[in-house]
Every structure is written in C-alpha cells, then in structure tokens.
Design a protein around this ligand. Sequence first.
Ligand code: ZN
Length: 303
Amino acid sequence: MSIRILKAGQGILIDTGHTRYALDKVSGNVAADYNLITHAHIDHLPYNPRGRVYASKETLHLARLRGYRYRRVVEEVKDVEDIDSGHILGSKAFLIEGKILYTGDFNIWNRLFLKGFKPPKTEILIIEATYGAPDFIFGEFNKLLDKLLSTISRYILEGRNIVLEAFPLGKLQLISEVLKNVKNVYLHNEVYKYNRAYKELGYIKEEKRVFKPGYVDTPFILLSPIRRLGTEFMERYNPVSIYLSGWAVRMRRLGIPISDHVDFNGLIKTIEEIEPKKIYVAYGYSLKFSKILSDMGYNAEPI
Ligand SMILES: [Zn+2]
C-alpha cells in the first residue's frame, strides 16, 4: 500500500497503510495511532490528541507549563527513531519506519547544550520552511553571538539600558546562559518561567532575577518577549531594544538574526545531505521553497 502524507489542521498526518501517525498540531478529530510531537512551541502542540502521545521528556515538561497535559504517553514507538533537531530544549525530528524523515523545526548549529541537527539519508523528507526564501541568510551562530555581545558591550559602556526581545521560549534561555556572568541581567516573567524549567531539567545553572520596575540596578539587560513593555517602562528607562529573530534581516529596526530555525542556506545544505527522492515542504514559505526546490530538480511539493 502506498504512503499518504496529508496536511491535518496545523499538523501533518502520515498513513503508511498499517499505522497512522499524527505529527505535531493535529486535533483529536483526526484518527491516529500515534501523535508524535517534535517540540513545545504552541503551533506544534496538539489539543486532545486521539492517538498515543510520544515526545521527549523535556517537551512534555515544557508543554505542561503551557497547560498541555497529555494522557496515554508512551516511552517509545516501534519503528520511530527520534533525532535531536537543535531548535529548542527537547526538540526532535522523527525518522518513521526507516524512510520518512520529519524535521519539525530545526537548527543546524551546535548552540550550548543544543546539538545541531544531523540528519540521516532518507527517501521521503518532510521539511520545515519557516525561512525558505533566499533573503533569509543568517550565517554562523557563533558569529551572530559575537555580534550580539559586542553590540551589548557598546551600549553598556554608554550607560544605556538594553532590552533583548524574542519569543519567550527558545533562544532567550541560551542567551541568558551566555550572559550568566554579566551583572544586572533580568528576565521578564514570561521568560523566567521557561528559564526555571530549563534549570529544573538541568540545562541552566543559574537563575536570573525577574524584572520589577523600581527594583533594578541600571544599566540593565532585560530579556523580554516581543513588544511586551509599555510606554511607562519605555519612558522611565529609555532602553535600546535589540530584536532577535530571523525576521531581523527584513526589518529596519535594530536587530540581529539569531534564530532557533535554520536559514535558507542551511535548508539547502540539509536537503543535499539527506538526498531525498521526494520532499514535502511544511510551514512558513512552503509554496515558495518547494518551487525553488523543483527548479533545482527535486521532486518537491508544499503541504
Ligand atoms: Zn518551533
């Protein structure tokens, strides 16, 4: 029987003929034997999944913090191998029945305690394309980190307060660990919640303090979710905000494209390593990226 790979809600359904695998955010309306969850970002966590749930212990821990408590969790799934995907703590890619690789979100660089994605060669590839357009080129993680540290030093020397803005779960935990010996680093509540989880799971040694206006030493560095600080804060502290995201390459504001995702060049390099016969492109620029792949001679389609 042929393998069917379909979009299902915000996730993907694979039917291999004898087993149905729901990948990431597939709702309980869709019948599946297993729900494989790659990581704990909201757009990948299913509500009330129908099948048995398989995810790393870190993903399950972070998901619980976000209010997702899964029953029927299994320790392993026959014929499914998980592979570190380097995106956030606990993130995994899945190799299903030895021939279908689902990357989930991934990053190719080793970043502190996160190992970069090292994919096996596979026949069928389902790959993310969050940054699947050619202008999303970020370069090496270490060089971006150097740039961040030199930018921070410059503003600290000028006596400026600094806000580093990004999604609360992901790179901010890495950056807080990088800044562990720097004075006056504070966390927004929402970021603190995930830092504490990383600490409980044994990946971060030191906890930073939560930011409380009026109770901070200046100049400070605040790690915050994007655009979460009000006018009063801005007027009181007049900070320099540095935006940390792959989208920084397209924005006019001060930013550095430190991303938890692979960039365009990394996507191509990863596909060259995998040598797939068939590619399904999911998330982000799925249409554009599958067209680029088709033009390069790959058998690719969006999902
Ligand atoms: Zn993600």
